[in-house]
Design a protein around this ligand. Structure first.
Ligand code: DLL
Length: 433
């Protein structure tokens, strides 16, 4: 299996831990000396960088949250003067001020190498024609993947998102071999291709690297079958670097985390306690080599587990399971916790359903009401009422098993729900309005 930085991606666990400790200590010194926020916080807690003598000691360090980034908006978390910042991105926050992230020249070098690792792991080579349909702009997806692909030496087409028919024309004419976007946009591209009377045989795609939102195996197999590709998942977040934090190899069983640059922990989101490897909780990341904006124990709010295995690709980097959602995605319906990913999971085994659904939560008197609109196949939609009713009962039953509550389910016509060019939205909570 090809790798971009073989010696870094195949270190032994003891080598990696030694490197992480050295990098952690220098990061702690850097933030203590250069970031007022950390300086004051460490002083308040009576922590000095010298007190952190082992990786285990990291649990004594405080967490950093998105709120801390907001409180220090826009540049307060930077550890270098602005003159050393060469790029600024920001996160797509839906509430309040966005969070701003900066990069030095060396950070950009690091970033493109980490993205290159993930792209090579997902099958990309210098001979590929890489079609990037992530938005270019403040969002890290477009530029992040762009520089990684160029660094490998692939031919990059910076299409950006939108105008799907034109995307397909470009794919046909320029012979794009790799598609890069969100999984929901990939599905939308597949549908548009079919609505234009074309099939996967009319395009030249071989691989797809998708990320930036949660997606399950049902969506993966739909995309793979309809576009004729091998689809891998990759994960990242702007606060940490953008894409390039973790990615699947072609064995598609867990995302390899670039742990020589990011130290990961999984915590119980309620208590903040560190959980043993293998247990599910909130992912917390400490950057180990970033210059412009190092972060200590950043709470990602993403839910996953981390584990080591002997991956057949040869990489020894610790893995994370596909993130199943975010702690703040959780909706509470009459006291029961529900994650949109559970709905996707429940529908996986039911024939004639599609991955397109929207969850509405409303108030009915004092009670919460959850209604799921679900697109079904043409066959079923136009089938007799009796069969529709059977499927509806099956779906409701399955959802009850997964969620612990019985939502109202409405089967809707194929292609009637909104489609997304970026991250998909799965919940409309009308209780807050
Ligand atoms: O989405 C960075 C990125 C761009 C990653 C392109 C991969 C590809 P943000 O806009 O800051 O950055 O959003 C970060 O998106 O905390 C997760 O909740 C979610 N997310 C990102 N990748 C995945 C994934 C980019 N593969 C937030 N699976 C993160 C599930 C993901 N969720």
């Amino acid at each position: 299996m090809k790798m971009w930085q073989m010696s870094d991606e195949t270190m032994s666990v003891s080598e990696i831990k030694q490197l992480q400790l050295e990098r952690l200590q220098s990061t702690l010194n850097r933030v203590y000396n250069n970031v007022e926020f950390y300086h004051n916080l460490f002083n308040k807690l009576n922590i000095t960088p010298e007190k952190i003598k082992s990786l285990d000691d990291i649990k004594h360090l405080p967490f950093t949250t998105k709120q801390d980034l907001r409180d220090n908006y826009p540049y307060g978390m930077f550890a270098v003067p602005l003159k050393d910042i060469v790029r600024i991105h920001s996160s797509s926050g839906t509430t309040g001020k966005p969070t701003v992230v900066g990069y030095t020249k060396r950070d950009l070098e690091l970033w493109k190498n980490l993205v290159a690792r993930i792209m090579v792991a997902g099958g990309v080579t210098k001979d590929d024609i890489v079609h990037i349909a992530f938005t270019y702009g403040l969002f890290t997806g477009g530029f992040g993947l762009h520089y990684g692909a160029e660094h490998i030496g692939a031919s990059v087409i910076p299409v950006s998102s939108g105008n799907t028919r034109r995307q397909i024309m470009i794919m046909q004419d320029y012979r794009s071999s790799v598609l890069i976007c969100t999984p929901s946009y990939a599905l939308h591209i597949a549908e548009t291709l079919e609505s234009m009377g074309l099939t996967k045989d009319d395009i030249h795609l071989k691989y797809g690297l998708f990320g930036s939102e949660p997606w399950g195996e049902k969506i993966r197999s739909e995309i793979e079958n309809r576009l004729g590709i091998i689809a891998t998942d990759n994960y990242g977040l702007s606060e940490i670097i953008g894409p390039g934090v973790a990615g699947e190899c072609l064995y598609k069983n867990g995302l390899h985390i670039n742990e020589d640059h990011f130290y990961v922990e999984v915590i119980d989101p309620e208590t903040g306690e560190v959980l043993p490897e293998g247990e599910k909780g909130e992912l917390v990341i400490t950057t180990l080599s970033k210059e412009a904006m190092p972060l200590i124990r950043y709470r990602t709010r993403d839910i996953t587990r981390i584990y080591r295995d002997n991956c057949k690709c040869g990489r020894t980097l610790i893995k994370m399971e596909k993130p199943s959602g975010r702690t703040d995605d959780m909706i509470i319906v009459n006291g029961v916790n529900v994650f949109p990913s559970q709905v996707e999971e429940a529908l996986k085994e039911i024939e004639d359903t599609t991955p397109h659904f929207m969850i509405y939560v409303r108030k009915k008197g004092a009670l919460d009401m959850m209604e799921i609109h679900l697109e079904v196949s043409e066959n079923l939609f136009f089938d007799e009422m009796k069969r529709q009713k059977e499927v509806l009962d099956k779906i409701t039953e399955k959802l009850f098993n997964y969620l612990g509550i019985k939502p109202k389910v409405k089967l809707v016509e194929p292609k009637s729900l909104e489609r997304f060019e970026g991250k998909a939205k799965r919940v409309i909570d009308e209780r807050q309005q």
